[in-house]
Design a protein around this ligand. Structure first.
Ligand code: SF4
Ligand code: SF4
Length: 463
């Protein structure tokens, strides 16, 4: 299909009065008013702005814009122009049609019971009501094994579905989002789905807001968020909470939770309070919440941008003095778990399902730390290939996504071997001992500090 740039114009220049509110509020620019006005004018008129370098796809500017002009989409439009020539090699990790992606790599490291779980979800046979696992729930599938979710309908969803295009929308590859929209219409249409409970609220927002509004999605099903489903079961007493957990927790809000007036942020706060926890908020929360680090990759696909942005968020978590952090987006949960392990931070992270399970007297699998080291093996394998093979440094053009689900390529045997060796090392006492963890943490923090300073000086920013 021949797609033209002008097919995707989402920013409403006609509504923009260049007030600058967007870039005053942007937590990654935080510009004074006059500078913010000049910056948005420059982005509109000449396509140049520091926002194109630092945008973490946090969605704040869209939420604060008084005229609903959607300035974040202007950033995406410029990335879309840039990305038609191909994606940087790091994007292979989140592209299911590339043989060595995060899902194929993790499957080489997961225990047999998790692999069996994923296989059981790879089922798109007709069904009127499903729980959709989502792209990144499949990175931490053990969360959905919880006893408190026993009343869920059939769980379905694999990376073959390409998620709901939420992360691909963030990269600006609108042509791929369009293809995924047609696939979702086709697959869910064939299944005869009438109700979808989304295990990942960000995907629920994409299904109910972004795809219908911007890509003409014609879905014949109702979208329900797992967060709403869980709260209803707790409120009704169908899930009986036996004990108050008595922890002081902080809550990380994901970028798309800012949509629909932040309704889901309140839902998750009520779930947390009903488990007997008190809430202490981070400096940036609610409609000003910062990215977990995942969205920081969208501008240049640099691993250091993820580390830097994620560590900034982790420091906000630590500054609250909370006993634990609650992270309701599975993607944020795994990225922040990696950052936490790199920084050797002792604060435990929980998904709301795990908190509810604990308050109901159960014991969640809670493998976030372990999974974080698996993901570090996946990232290390990618960096190793980048260093060793010039062919792996090249940009690539993702394969066309047809409406029907197609077989994905297998993980190459050489990657499987390297991944297993790296994971064995990372999980071994050679790495998992106090001096090595302390040294790793020091090195990580020093690298982030040097990177942040260089970027601040280069871009002339105060943050
Ligand atoms: S996009 Fe919205 S917030 Fe930004 S300058 Fe235009 S009207 Fe103001
Ligand atoms: S989406 Fe967030 S990071 Fe990007 S420009 Fe808007 S406010 Fe800034």
């Amino acid at each position: 299909m021949d797609v033209k740039t002008e097919d995707f114009r989402f920013f409403r220049e006609d509504l923009c009065d260049r007030c600058g509110d967007c870039f005053v509020a942007c937590p990654y620019l935080e510009l004074p008013r006059e500078e913010a006005r000049r910056e948005i004018a420059s982005l509109i008129e000449s396509g140049t702005s520091r926002a194109l370098d630092v945008c973490n796809t946090c969605h704040t500017c869209d939420v604060v814009c008084p005229n609903d002009a959607d300035p974040y989409e202007l950033v995406l439009e410029h990335w879309w122009e840039r990305r038609q020539e191909g994606l940087p090699t790091t994007a292979r990790l989140v592209t299911p049609s590339e043989p060595c992606n995060i899902w194929s790599s993790l499957k080489a490291l997961m225990p047999p019971e998790e692999l069996a779980l994923l296989r059981s979800w790879d089922d798109f046979s007709p069904c009127e009501e499903i729980c959709l696992t989502g792209f990144y729930t499949n990175v931490v599938p053990y969360i959905l094994q919880s006893q408190v979710l026993a009343g869920l309908p059939k769980i379905a969803g694999s990376e073959a579905l390409y998620g709901c295009a939420g992360d691909i929308y963030k990269t600006g590859r609108f042509d791929m989002v369009e293809q995924i929209t047609r696939r979702l219409e086709h697959v869910f249409g064939e299944m005869g789905v009438k109700r979808v409970i989304c295990s990942m609220s960000a995907e629920g927002m994409v299904l109910s807001e972004i795809l219908p509004r911007r890509f003409g999605a014609d879905f014949a099903f109702e979208v329900v968020q797992l967060d709403d489903w869980l709260l209803e079961k707790v409120r009704s007493g169908e899930i009986a909470l036996e004990k108050g957990l008595g922890m002081k927790v902080t809550i990380h809000d994901n970028c798309l939770s800012k949509m629909q007036d932040g309704r889901l942020q309140e839902v998750n706060r009520e779930i947390v309070e009903r488990t007997g926890c008190s809430i202490v908020e981070m400096e940036h929360h609610g409609d000003r919440s910062m990215c977990c680090g995942f969205g920081a990759a969208a501008s240049h696909f640099r691993v250091m941008d993820i580390m830097s942005s994620g560590y900034r968020r982790l420091k906000e978590i630590e500054a609250t003095g909370a006993d634990a952090a609650v992270i309701y987006c599975p993607a944020c949960l795994f990225i922040l778990s990696v950052i936490k392990e790199m920084a050797n931070c002792a604060i435990p992270f929980y998904h709301p399902v795990e908190l509810v399970e604990m308050a109901a007297g159960g014991h969640p699998a809670h493998r976030h730390e372990e999974r974080a080291w698996d993901i570090m093996a996946v990232i290390s394998n990618h960096l190793l290939k980048y260093a060793l093979f010039p062919s792996h440094r090249k940009r690539f053009q993702p394969a066309y996504i047809p409406p029907e689900i197609v077989q994905l390529p297998e993980l190459p045997p050489a990657d499987r071997l390297r991944l297993k060796a790296l994971a064995a090392l990372f999980h071994s006492p050679v790495v998992q001992n106090r001096p090595v963890r302390a040294l790793t943490s020091l090195g990580f923090k020093a690298a982030v500090a040097a990177y942040d300073l260089a970027r601040k000086n280069r871009l002339g920013l105060s943050v």
